[in-house]
Design a protein around this ligand. Structure first.
Ligand code: BYC
Length: 474
């Protein structure tokens, strides 16, 4: 169904037929715009940005490009087309018809899932709001803004569900989504990673590689939901999310390429020499990987989770790509999970499969993260160097779950508090690393030019040339 852009709130949900909901959302809209002006990329309000806007939710229509001022972006409500006679794909109600309304008994759990998902979207815009000041190119600046406006739209997606299906408490939650702020000591965002500051573009690329990828897996899980409006919303969000991960994967690839070029030109792997030439040495990149990967692992929740079991049992949240699993009930099965043995090692514990759903999803995520790591390693090998990146153990630097207490090294071996203190700077970005990376961040806005610490992109956006003026700063 085409999206109606004549409406104040573009949508494909026949909003005009539901006056009460339309009024409620029109009431929320100025609050959203105020939030965008205050907490989003405010200084670029007057810039023309070459943005992609959805004009329909099918393959042909969802990507239409043109110059847009961000505060005028047409944020709206777009759901993927309904699947006729869709059935619940997992859990106790497997095979029954999906729900078009929220069943009373699942109301609070569903609201909680939608609020948690919704909270991450504006959080990421807040985290990234300063990056425009130090963009490595106009191409990158445009990509940052594309990600930002789409996260804004993903917030709209969740707010639509809250307003449309949860009455007064849904409206209150929608207001709270604008009242919590990333890193705010009094009213922080719900999940840990979304309170981490992102002050440099390396962190932005790591975030879009590792944290947006969590978003992909969570959205896939929610796309399986028996609550059909949530499923349809998440299915459309996933089409936009793919670009966010492209930004991360291609961004890190370009950083690695540039570092390898510099190492080659210097004929040296000397870390100080690489840094002096304005590139980011490979061990520093590894420490950033360690930081963002471990933080993002926590976003999957605890390894053993009664919440996850009841979400699965009741059909609220499935496994990503649930259709690929042979048994959609997941009863009578278990998953062996490594837990600390209390003596400095690990022991296996068989956990009922439904309680281990977070771990099933986390394991799929880890495999997906490793694809990029292997690609970067191939670049390093082709350049003739022995260095290899690797993902740290899933036990490393965890705050949530069975490994959340105590510390381990990147191989997952428990270490004492003293060892952790002594080795931390080898494993995670140190204050000096962060200062060095931040120091490289200088704004480059001449069309076609790119900062010295990152290689140029391989192709432009929507077939536009690399020296296209992707953002007119005005
Ligand atoms: N930080 O039973 P457990 C995205 C809490 S990213 C702080 O294991 P459950 C995006 C948990 O809330 C995807 N707290 O949890 C990316 C619970 O609290 P209570 C966002 C945490 O419920 C980039 C307690 O610990 N979407 O879209 O099985 C840019 C026990 O936890 C954390 C979703 O997350 C944490 N990391 O799983 C923009 C999907 N982890 O009850 C956007 C919706 C857990 O004791 N959310 N806790 O107070 C969910 O499905 C689940 O809430 C979680 C947690 C997977 C997050």
């Amino acid at each position: 169904m085409a999206l109606d852009y004549r409406e104040l709130i573009p949508n494909n949900v026949d909003l005009g037929d539901n006056r009460a909901l339309q009024r409620a959302l029109e009431h929320w809209q100025p609050h959203f715009l105020d939030w965008w002006k205050e907490m989003g990329p405010a200084v670029f309000a007057g810039a023309d940005v070459y943005l992609r806007t959805a004009t329909a939710v099918d393959e042909k229509g969802w990507a239409s490009y043109g110059m847009v001022k961000m505060p005028e972006y047409r944020w709206g409500i777009f759901l993927a087309d309904p699947v006729p006679d869709r059935r619940i794909g997992f859990g106790d109600a497997f095979g029954e018809s999906v729900w078009q309304q929220v069943p009373g008994e699942h109301r609070s759990a569903l609201r909680r899932l939608i609020v948690t998902q919704g909270d991450t979207e504006p959080a990421s815009v807040e985290q990234q709001r300063q990056l425009g000041d130090t963009c490595p190119s106009l191409y990158d600046l445009r990509n940052l803004f594309q990600v930002n406006v789409e996260e804004g739209r993903h917030l709209w997606a969740m707010v639509y569900l809250l307003h449309g299906y949860f009455g007064r408490d849904g409206r209150e939650e929608a207001e709270e989504l604008l009242a919590r702020h990333s890193g705010d000591p009094d009213k922080p965002r719900i999940l840990g990673t979304f309170n981490e500051p992102i002050t440099d573009w390396l962190s932005f690329f790591m975030f879009t590689y590792f944290t947006d990828r969590d978003g992909r897996f969570q959205l896939k899980s929610l796309a399986e939901s028996a609550f059909d409006p949530l499923s349809r919303t998440c299915r459309f969000m996933l089409t936009e999310e793919a670009f966010h991960m492209f930004v991360g994967a291609s961004g890190i690839t370009r950083v690695v390429r540039r570092t390898l070029e510099v190492m080659k030109a210097l004929a040296s792997e000397d870390l100080a020499a690489v840094r002096n030439s304005g590139a980011i040495d490979l061990p520093t990149l590894q420490r950033y990987i360690n930081f963002w990967f471990s933080s993002s692992l926590d976003l999957f929740g605890a390894e053993i989770s009664s919440n996850a079991a009841s979400y699965f049992a009741s059909g609220l949240k499935g496994r990503p790509d649930e259709a690929r699993f042979a048994d959609h009930l997941a009863t009578g099965q278990s998953l062996r999970i490594e837990v600390p043995d209390g003596k400095g090692g690990a022991t296996g514990e068989d956990v009922p499969m439904r309680s281990a759903m977070n771990e099933v999803t986390r394991a799929a995520y880890v495999r997906d993260c490793d694809v990029g790591v292997q690609r970067w390693n191939r670049l390093i090998a082709e350049a003739g160097y022995d260095f290899r990146f690797r993902l740290p153990s899933t036990r490393f630097r965890r705050s949530i779950g069975v490994w959340g207490k105590g510390s381990t090294d990147p191989d997952g071996h428990p270490v004492t508090g003293g060892e952790w203190q002594a080795k931390q700077r080898d494993w995670l970005p140190s204050t000096e690393d962060r200062a060095f990376v931040n120091n490289l961040m200088r704004r480059v806005t001449e069309p076609g030019k790119v900062a010295g610490w990152i290689a140029p992109p391989e192709i432009g956006i929507n077939n536009a040339p690399l020296d296209y003026e992707y953002v007119r700063l005005n």
